[in-house]
Ligand binder design. Structure first.
Ligand SMILES: NC(=O)c1ccc[n+]([C@@H]2O[C@H](COP(=O)([O-])OP(=O)(O)OC[C@H]3O[C@@H](n4cnc5c(N)ncnc54)[C@H](O)[C@@H]3O)[C@@H](O)[C@H]2O)c1
Ligand SMILES: O=C(O)C1=N[C@H](C(=O)O)CCC1
Length: 248
């Protein structure tokens, strides 16, 4: 397949490496900030893979959707406009698959955290919190992965109803609040941890990315899957739609 990459940074270069080593995919074009985005740029590609920044993704989206080429979005930081983007995709009859994290290992970790959150739900003696660590070049916080984990914890644990990202002096956490903390540190590729605590127990479930290869390879696999589905079933997809087939 032929892929057009939007964003030539840490992730774009990693994705280009995965495609180059695949032996069966090729790069149609790599687009970065200096290239005015038009629908024609994408014609001839089987899929687009976007790893840019929030504002760029939202600015480029109309041209991407007008191109008729399916797009896989790894860019994070746009959770607040997710439903608007879904409508834009639907109105255009396009195909978009998004994920805060394309790593298979992270998605197995996320499903493990969701199950742990469900198991402790009936037992008020267990509390839960979440934390992430990423490199100092990361523009958004908390990570999209941490926000996805928080949604899954709230979905599975009826005692947690609200996500709190930042605390302040004299501001104590209420029992129904889920604290999600972020650390920016050196060159950390990505570490995510769920902490469960009671008077008798400490349970920690963690995932550490050893490189960006897992993010990149997962995005290329998802792009191949989406390109196949776009012809018959265009739509707004998540990593779960892709993974459910893979993990079933
Ligand atoms: N989903 C995942 O698995 C996953 C994994 C890693 C990173 N990410 C996310 O991917 C995004 C990019 O991460 P990164 O580490 O590669 O960042 P980066 O800063 O290294 O790269 C971003 C690139 O986007 C380019 N860009 C900026 N504005 C643009 C525009 N208008 N048009 C085209 N390109 C533009 C920049 O020049 C840069 O090359 C972030 O949102 C990050 O959170 C997601
Ligand atoms: O390096 C980044 O930036 C990452 N961003 C994603 C997120 O926000 O969850 C995935 C992990 C790495």
């Amino acid at each position: 397949m032929r892929f057009t990459l939007v964003g030539n940074g840490r992730m774009g270069t990693q994705v280009a490496q995965v495609i180059g080593q695949s032996g069966r995919h090729e790069i149609a074009a790599v687009i970065d900030i200096d290239t005015p985005i038009t629908p024609e740029l994408f014609r001839g590609s089987d899929a687009i893979i976007d790893f840019t920044v929030r504002d760029a993704f939202l600015l480029n989206l109309p041209a991407i959707l007008s191109s008729g080429v399916p797009v896989v979005v790894g860019t994070t930081g746009w959770d607040d406009v997710r439903e608007t983007v879904r409508s834009q995709v639907s109105d255009a009859g396009a195909s978009l698959l998004w994920s805060s994290n394309f790593s298979l290992g992270v998605n197995i970790f996320l499903r493990t955290v969701r199950e742990a959150a469900r198991l402790i739900s009936p037992f008020p003696q267990f509390d839960i919190a979440f934390a992430e660590q990423h490199h100092t070049g990361k523009a958004d916080f908390p990570s999209g992965t941490a926000l996805r984990a928080a949604d899954m914890i709230l979905e599975a644990n009826r005692r947690k109803t609200t996500v709190v990202r930042e605390l302040s002096d004299e501001r104590k956490l209420a029992p129904e609040e889920l604290h999600v903390a972020a650390i920016r540190l050196g060159t950390v590729f990505g570490k995510h941890s769920a902490f469960i605590d009671s008077e008798l127990d400490e349970i920690v479930i963690s995932h550490t990315a050893k490189s960006r290869a897992g993010f990149a390879s997962g995005s290329v696999e998802a792009a191949e899957w989406l390109a196949g589905r776009h012809r018959t079933t265009p739509g707004f997809y998540t990593m779960d739609d892709f993974l459910n087939e893979k993990l079933s």
